[in-house]
Design a protein around this ligand. Structure first.
Ligand code: ADP
Length: 421
């Protein structure tokens, strides 16, 4: 392995894994802290997906260090601590404390702080983070329920969280190229500065920065900073030319869709699948509670359908219906019972010969992956922005795509299959 990535949430992990994959690194995503001593799969880059953004600080630090240990043991030469491009963090951190701990573990003297992601409108100028045309603290992030961002100055934010001085690699230096950035970083390090916020407005800037940090053992930033890293390994002769994947090998077997997502995009995708004549069964939370439906029955129904079209198991409903269910059962119980049924059904479906599975819904995906006993996914081609096919590395032989609610075009459930070999 060349690059180890520690991501502070699940969708962020997929995001950075896709970025690396597109740039020609074979990438796998590991869900949760790897068990001590467990071997990580062979790949150019391994991304460990943690839930460390809003955990108590001590937990976030411990999980990140455990992930770092596993990545180093598997041969990682460089570690990227990946957080959100809007620097989502609480007043206590967790970005600063986690970065400090990784820095100590890796013996790094200085690390860059670069959440810039120009493709999504996140840019940094004079150390201030912008979301589109407005500074971070004027964007909708100011009202985020868990991580409200009320300051846009990354030097100030990082200095407060990490308890140390933070410097700047300004835009003029970035424009001057990798050598100038390197010199600036060396100067900051010599002055005893521990972190350097890097200005970046375009992908080209991220490529310059990526080039300049080839020898830094620890990097911190958003998925944008990953863009320039594969090229470093290629220049060093460590990474062969690999085109980004166009399709993915799927074992022979049946195809199906599980959807517990009630988001607008998913409901549109279900409508398109119904119109295309996919055999479909609607899952009713009340029927699950009353025992009129259960996981075994759902799986048996799916496996009994003609195999020429993917089957569709869905509980997705419009907001009024969901509210009515939640009123009667409670939000947690309603969600839990549906997730549990889908998780168990997924396990039975894999046993019954399903090898190609699309799952819609963030929570639903989490539960399904758990039900399948999957911890490691190899990233394949992107179906729609942010949603790749993945191959299960350590569970049943199958490919899965995990789609969070609002992702994907209306024909997502129709077109995804054409990327499978
Ligand atoms: P999304 O990514 O669209 O937010 P999630 O899977 O994360 O989808 O969340 C949807 C939640 O709604 C899950 O907990 C799921 O079990 C629950 N759910 C699914 N269908 C229904 C329904 N018909 N009534 C109530 N809750 C439902």
């Amino acid at each position: 392995m060349l690059l180890g990535v520690i991501a502070d949430d699940m969708t962020g992990a997929t995001d950075v894994a896709l970025m690396l994959n597109r740039a020609g690194m074979r990438t796998v995503q590991v869900i949760g802290v790897p068990a001590p001593g467990a071997a990580l799969p062979e790949a150019d880059a391994v991304v460990v997906a943690l839930k460390s953004r809003t955990n108590p600080v001590a937990e976030a630090v411990a999980d990140s260090l455990a992930a770092c240990e596993a990545l180093l043991a598997a041969g990682a030469r460089q570690i990227l601590f990946k957080y959100c491009s809007t620097f989502d963090s609480t007043a206590e951190g967790n970005i600063g404390p986690v970065a400090n701990a990784l820095m100590r573990r890796l013996g790094a003297k200085l690390a860059i702080v670069c959440p810039a992601f120009p493709a999504n409108g996140r840019s940094i100028y004079q150390g201030y983070l912008f979301v589109g045309a407005v500074p971070l603290h004027e964007s909708s992030m100011k009202d985020h329920p868990l991580t409200p961002m009320r300051d846009s100055n990354l030097m100030r934010l990082m200095a407060a969280q990490a308890g140390t001085e933070v410097g700047l690699v300004d835009y003029t230096t970035v424009l001057a190229g990798p050598a100038a950035v390197k010199a600036r970083l060396a100067k900051l390090e010599a002055d005893g500065v521990r972190y350097a916020v890097t200005d970046a407005l375009t992908n080209e800037d991220l490529m310059t920065l990526g080039h300049a940090v080839s020898e830094q053992v620890l990097l911190t930033g958003g998925s944008g900073i990953a863009m320039g890293l594969p090229q470093n390994f290629r220049r060093a002769g460590l990474l062969p030319e690999r085109p980004g994947p166009q399709d993915i090998q799927a074992p022979a077997g049946r195809a199906g869709i599980i959807s517990g997502s009630c988001s607008t995009a998913t409901r549109g995708q279900i409508k398109a699948a119904l119109e295309a004549g996919y055999p479909a069964l609607k899952v009713d939370p009340f029927a699950l509670v009353e025992g009129r439906q259960d996981a075994a029955g759902l799986a048996a129904w799916a496996l009994a359908q003609p195999a020429d079209k993917p089957f569709l198991l869905y509980s997705s409903d419009d907001p009024a219906e969901v509210a009515a269910v939640q009123d009667k059962l409670g939000r947690e119980k309603a969600g839990g019972i549906v997730e549990h049924a889908f998780a168990e059904a997924a396990r039975l479906l894999a046993e019954g010969g399903v090898t190609r599975l699309l799952v819609a819904g963030g929570e639903t995906s989490g539960a399904t992956v758990l039900g399948l006993g999957v911890r490691t996914l190899e990233i394949g081609p992107e179906i729609d922005p942010g949603v790749p096919w993945t191959r299960v590395v350590d569970g049943p032989e199958m490919v899965v795509a995990l789609k969070s609610g609002n992702f994907g075009a209306p024909d997502f459930f129709l077109k995804a299959w054409s990327l499978l070999r």
